[in-house]
Write a protein that binds this ligand. Structure first.
Ligand code: UDP
Length: 316
């Protein structure tokens, strides 16, 4: 009898990153159990997997108790609204999935003696006063502001993950994900990449918030998935930053998109949302050293591919 296939539980598996992880883990010969309550995830993202033998979808809110019959080798906790607009629309769910959801998935990992990977975020650094951000920086977060629901739930998630590591010896990994983009983002999710693409493709002006001088560093999803795969298989607990260190102002990003599309687009300025970080760029020294990982896809190439995908989807 051959060895049984390793089983990976991926929460948020019907979301943007989660669904790409489902694809990758299946391609690596694993069995994937995708758990999602579909509040921001979408069955369309995993429709192509519905007939795959090693793929199982469970519609469930991971903030509630979760039981799974059978062995589990790794748990990847990716469930959470991830766009500022989404977590403003679902503040309580965001807090619950980062706290109760992390507790439940850690409990599962403990019970099954599985390896555990937490998807944390650059948002734990808040509006950072240290630049670029290193894992040793503790951050500058407003717990009371509208973004606090996401920032604090992820900070709590990191804390409880470390508590399970220290108290129960759960074999944990923590990654801090910086802005990531690519196919399967929701066109209306409110983040800058889909927003500008939607606006540009439908002849609307690009809505730059504030002066547009705030910066972000955009990582293509395939680079991130590779980093996550390496992190899970490494022996580093983390946290480890995963992101592309090439930094752009939002205005530069708008101009790049306009250049790629080769058509005229107006830019309109709108108020900057509260607590919007002024700068963000990962220091990826740890990932380079421990994972031998470096992003490969530059923003222009990644954006071209993303544009093609959005055009194929239709834009409603
Ligand atoms: N932004 C913008 N126009 C938009 C959407 C976002 O200028 O239509 C800005 C936003 O204020 C922020 C940056 O783009 O400075 C990235 O925003 P996003 O919502 O993608 O994610 P964040 O990095 O803030 O979590």
């Amino acid at each position: 009898m051959g060895q049984r296939k390793k089983v990976t539980v991926i929460t948020g598996g019907a979301g943007f990153l989660g669904s790409h992880l489902c694809d990758r883990f299946l391609a690596e010969g694993r069995k994937v159990v995708c758990v999602d309550n579909l509040i921001t995830g979408n069955l369309k993202n995993i429709a192509h997997l519905s007939k795959v033998k090693d793929f199982e979808f469970i519609k469930h809110d991971i903030s509630k108790e979760f039981r799974y019959n059978g062995p589990v080798d790794s748990v990847l906790h990716f469930a959470s609204p991830a766009s500022p607009v989404d977590y403003l629309n679902y503040p309580i769910q965001t807090l619950k999935v980062g706290s109760l959801g992390t507790h439940n998935t850690l409990g599962l990992a403990k019970l099954k003696k599985a390896r555990y990977l937490l998807a944390s975020t650059s948002e734990v650094y808040g509006d950072p006063l240290v630049h670029p951000q290193k894992e040793t920086y503790w951050g500058n977060v407003n717990p009371l502001g509208p973004r606090g629901v996401y920032d604090e739930s992820k900070r709590f998630a990191e804390a409880i993950t470390m508590a399970y590591y220290r108290t129960h010896q759960v074999d944990v990994r923590i990654i801090r994900i910086f802005n990531t983009y690519g196919p399967r983002m929701r066109i209306q999710d409110g983040r800058v990449v889909p927003n500008f693409i939607y606006q540009a493709l439908t002849g609307r002006p690009l809505t730059v918030y504030g002066t547009g001088r705030q910066t972000r560093s955009f990582c293509y999803y395939s680079d991130l998935v590779e980093g996550i795969w390496r992190m899970l298989r490494s022996s580093v607990t983390g946290p480890v930053n995963l992101g592309n260190p090439n930094e752009f102002t939002i205005l530069e990003f708008a101009q790049l998109l306009i250049k790629i599309l080769g058509k005229k687009c107006k830019i309109v300025y709108q108020p900057l949302p509260q607590d919007d970080p002024k700068q963000r760029r990962p220091n990826i020294g740890l990932a380079r050293r421990h994972l031998k990982w470096d992003p490969k896809v530059n923003l222009e190439d990644g954006l071209r591919d993303t544009l093609v995908w959005f055009q194929q989807q239709g834009l409603e």
